[in-house]
Design a protein around this ligand. Structure first.
Ligand SMILES: *Cc1c(COP(=O)(O)O)cnc(C)c1O
Length: 375
């Protein structure tokens, strides 16, 4: 079976270094809030080009706590509107509703599948306070335009960079465009821990300081609580694992780009639409290919065919947030582009340890696919 992503093989590459780092933490006797976290935060901020990175327990908390911090700082209040793409992973939306803010779902751009700039503009009201831009599949949303709109309307911009570590536009990376950005280090992400982890990046010192307290019971100083905080810390072991893997992230991105380039140049089938990363072909070079997402009207048939032929694929995502039972109140809303995307997308195998042979086999199978009744 060609796996969608072989995490065991990914970890094996760095096994000795990971074990060394583990030993160092075990032998230090210090497991929460120490040097490993500090070192990783500094290195990750440097990687993104930001002044600050604040480690938290996971990517969802990174988003929740950032919105929460803006409430604590008086920049947001209950009921304020947050514009968010309707086709995002549900975490982006959970972060909004968890803060008693109002998600305003908007359609994506049909080419990039990232939030549509025109749709943002039409959705802005007096209550709009935040644009939550999600960099889906490893490609930045149109940040230059989004930042212009935000400036014009005095809005905060939160990036959801969970799928886009290292992606750039005009040389500026994910996490360094908005007022703040949430990252996930879930094992399957491009930079993954060996467990759950996340971080927020920002250039705003006051926000960073507030987040440092919020993740730790609302406290900077033991037993002095400034906020009604939570426990969402990134522990020393995971910080140490991430610091090992961060060194290799750029190399891994190169490998992902090579696989994407092969898929893009060699998959040719009228029943398969390849990802369009925007009219600017420069963008291909800036994409970090967390996922390689094709579309087909025969998606389910294509997925079964690939499976029968030994290729694992995944669907990101089968059900849009507004059709989820958790958000029953939105089930009748209509987002035709979003709904079509969810019916047609399929993610092909993609990862830093995928071999040339594996990539070739996926390409050959895709090219030989013929939907039933189309012979
Ligand atoms: C993975 C992901 C998250 C959530 O990250 P966790 O670490 O799993 O909480 C948020 N947003 C997007 C777009 C994601 O892909």
């Amino acid at each position: 079976m060609i796996p969608f992503l072989d995490l065991k093989r990914v970890s094996q590459q760095y096994r000795d270094e990971l074990i060394q780092a583990c030993k160092r933490v075990i032998d230090s006797g210090w497991y929460i809030g120490g040097q490993e976290l500090e070192k990783f935060e500094q290195n990750f901020a440097n990687f993104c080009g930001t002044k600050f990175a604040i480690g938290v327990a996971n990517g969802l908390d990174a988003l929740i706590l950032t919105l929460r911090a803006w409430k604590e700082l008086g920049q947001l209040k209950d009921g304020d509107e947050v514009i968010v793409p309707a086709n995002t992973y549900i975490a982006s939306i959970l972060a909004i509703t968890a803060n008693d803010l109002k998600p305003v779902l908007v359609e994506p751009d049909e080419q990039s599948l990232n939030i549509s700039v025109d749709a943002i503009q039409s959705a802005i009201t007096e209550k709009t306070k935040v644009i939550l831009a999600v960099h889906l599949y490893g490609q930045l949303a149109d940040m230059p335009k989004i930042m212009q709109i935000a400036e014009r309307h005095n809005l905060l911009v939160l990036e959801d960079s969970a799928q886009a570590h290292g992606a750039k536009i005009q040389g500026k990376k994910a996490g360094n465009w908005g007022d703040a950005s949430g990252f996930s280090f879930y094992p399957g992400k491009n930079l993954g821990a060996l467990g759950d982890a996340g971080a927020i990046t920002t250039n705003d010192a006051e926000l960073a300081r507030t987040l440092q307290a919020l993740r730790n019971y609302g406290s900077h100083e033991k037993y002095k609580n400034l906020f009604v905080g939570v426990n969402s810390r990134l522990d020393e072991i995971q910080a140490a694992m991430l610091d090992v893997k961060l060194k290799y992230l750029d190399e891994e991105i190169v490998k992902r780009r090579q696989i994407a380039a092969s898929y893009l140049s060699q998959i040719q089938n009228p029943f398969i639409a390849l990802p369009l990363t925007g009219s600017d072909t420069q963008q291909y070079k800036q994409h970090v290919w967390h996922l390689f997402v094709i579309q087909s009207e025969y998606r389910d048939e294509l997925q079964s065919y690939l499976k029968e032929n030994g290729v694992q694929t995944l669907i990101h995502y089968p059900i849009p947030p507004h059709k989820q039972e958790a958000y029953k109140e939105w089930n009748d809303l209509s987002f035709p582009i979003t709904e079509r995307i969810h019916a047609q997308v399929l993610s092909l195998p993609m990862g830093p340890t995928q071999t040339l042979e594996e990539t070739q086999k996926v390409i050959e199978l895709c090219n030989a696919f013929l939907p039933k009744g189309r012979a």
